[in-house]
Design a protein around this ligand. Structure first.
Ligand code: SF4
Length: 347
C-alpha cells in the first residue's frame, strides 16, 4: 500500500485499523506533506514504537525517480522526466512566470484523446496514473523549489493525459494537495484542463468542486474541431457547451477556454467570430496559445498579427482574451509537447 495514494481520512482509517489513535495518522501526514520527508522519520519520538514495524511491513512510500532535469535557456521553465515503479515515464513541468511558481502535472501515461497536434496524443494511451503518482509529482516540484527558498502555489493539470478521464485519482490527489494539515494549496489555484470530457465536467458541476476549469476548444464548429480533436465526435460542441453553461451557472464562475492557434487552420477572424458567438452565454476567458512544434504534426503556429486580430474580434463580444507566450520550447516543455524528452533520453 503506497501511503501517497491515501487521503487523510483513509490514512486515519488505516492507522486505526492497526489499533492506533488518529493523532498518529496526523503525525505521519505531517512527515509526508508538511516536512516533505521522502520517508517516514522512524526516529520521531511521537510515533509509538510498535507502529513503526507495521508501517515498514504493510506500507510503502514510492516516489517517481528523477531521470532527467532540463532547464530552458530563459530560465523560466524546468522539465522533469520521472520514472514510475513499473518503468513507465512521465513529465512534469515547473513554470516560473511573473513571480508565480506553477507545476504542470501529468494525469496519465500517454493519452487516449488523440489530439493530432499533441505529442502525448500521438503516443497513444498506456495507463492512468494513481493518486500517489500524481501527488508525488507535486511534491517533487515543491521540494525543488524549497531547496531554493521558494514555495509552490499553483497547479495546472495540463501535462500528459486527460485529467477528467482519470477523475477519481485526480480528485483524490487534489483533496490531498488542498488538505489544511498538509500542503494546504488553495483550490482556486488548481486548474484542471479538459479537451471536452463532458461526463467529467458534469461530475465537477454536481460535486461543486472548488477548482478552476479550462476547456480546450481549438475549433468553433464540429467539423473544424473534430479535425483536430477526435473526442469531439463523441461529445459534440452543443453537448460540451451545455455542460460548460451548467458548470458556470451552478458554480458561479468563469471558464478558461484554450485555443491552440494554428496558421491557416483556425486563426482567421471568421473563426474568431464563431468563437465569440459560441461563448456568448458563458462567462469566459480565452487563452490563445500559438502551436508548439511536435514531430507528428506539420502545422505551423499562428503568427502574432493573426493572434492580435483574433483577440480584437473577441473583444467585440466582450470576451477577455490573453495571448500566451511560448516558453520552454527549447526543452520541449511547451503545451502539447510532453513526451519529447523521453525520446531524447532513450535514443
Ligand atoms: S492535448 Fe491533452 S487531451 Fe489532447 S491528446 Fe494532448 S494530452 Fe491528451
Amino acid at each position: 500500500m503506497n501511503l501517497y495514494d491515501l487521503n487523510r481520512k483513509h490514512l486515519t482509517q488505516l492507522v486505526e485499523s492497526w489499533g492506533f489513535r488518529p493523532i498518529h495518522a496526523d503525525r505521519i501526514w505531517k512527515h509526508l506533506y508538511s516536512r516533505l520527508l521522502p520517508s517516514i522519520d522512524y526516529t520521531d519520538k511521537h510515533l509509538p514504537k510498535d507502529l513503526l514495524p507495521k508501517l515498514q511491513s504493510e506500507a510503502s512510500l514510492f516516489s517517481p525517480l528523477l531521470e532527467a532535469d532540463a532547464k530552458s535557456c530563459d530560465g523560466f521553465t524546468r522539465k522533469f522526466l520521472l520514472r514510475l515503479e513499473d518503468g513507465e515515464t512521465i513529465e512534469t513541468v515547473l513554470m516560473r512566470y511573473s513571480g508565480r511558481m506553477t507545476a504542470c502535472v501529468s494525469s496519465q501515461v500517454g493519452c487516449a484523446m488523440g489530439c493530432i497536434f499533441c505529442a502525448t496524443g500521438q503516443m497513444g494511451f498506456t495507463r492512468h496514473l494513481s493518486t500517489g503518482e500524481i501527488v508525488t509529482q507535486v511534491l517533487h516540484v515543491d521540494r525543488a523549489l524549497r531547496d531554493q527558498g521558494e514555495k509552490l502555489r499553483n497547479i495546472v493539470f495540463m501535462g500528459m493525459g486527460e485529467p477528467l478521464h482519470n477523475y477519481d485519482s485526480v480528485m483524490t490527489a487534489i483533496d490531498i494537495l488542498c488538505d489544511q494539515k498538509g500542503l494546504s494549496l488553495a483550490g482556486k489555484r488548481i486548474s484542471v484542463s479538459t479537451v471536452g470530457h463532458v461526463p467529467g465536467i458534469r461530475r465537477l458541476t454536481k460535486e461543486k468542486r472548488n477548482i478552476s476549469l479550462a476547456v480546450s476548444l481549438h475549433g468553433a464548429t464540429d467539423e473544424d474541431r473534430n479535425a483536430l480533436v477526435p473526442l469531439g465526435r463523441r461529445w459534440p460542441l452543443a453537448e460540451l457547451m451545455d455542460a460548460c453553461r451548467q458548470y458556470a451557472e451552478t458554480l458561479d464562475r468563469h471558464i478558461f477556454f484554450e485555443w491552440t492557434l494554428i496558421d491557416k487552420k483556425n486563426d482567421s477572424p471568421e473563426q474568431a467570430h464563431a468563437v465569440g458567438k459560441l461563448l456568448q452565454k458563458i462567462p469566459s476567458h480565452v487563452n490563445l496559445i500559438p502551436l508548439n512544434p511536435t514531430q507528428g504534426y506539420e502545422g505551423k503556429p499562428g503568427n502574432n498579427a493573426a493572434a492580435h486580430a483574433f483577440q480584437a474580434v473577441l473583444a467585440k463580444y466582450q470576451i477577455p482574451c490573453t495571448i500566451r507566450q511560448r516558453r520552454g520550447i527549447d526543452v520541449a516543455a511547451g503545451c502539447g509537447q510532453l513526451k519529447e524528452l523521453k525520446q531524447k533520453v532513450v535514443s
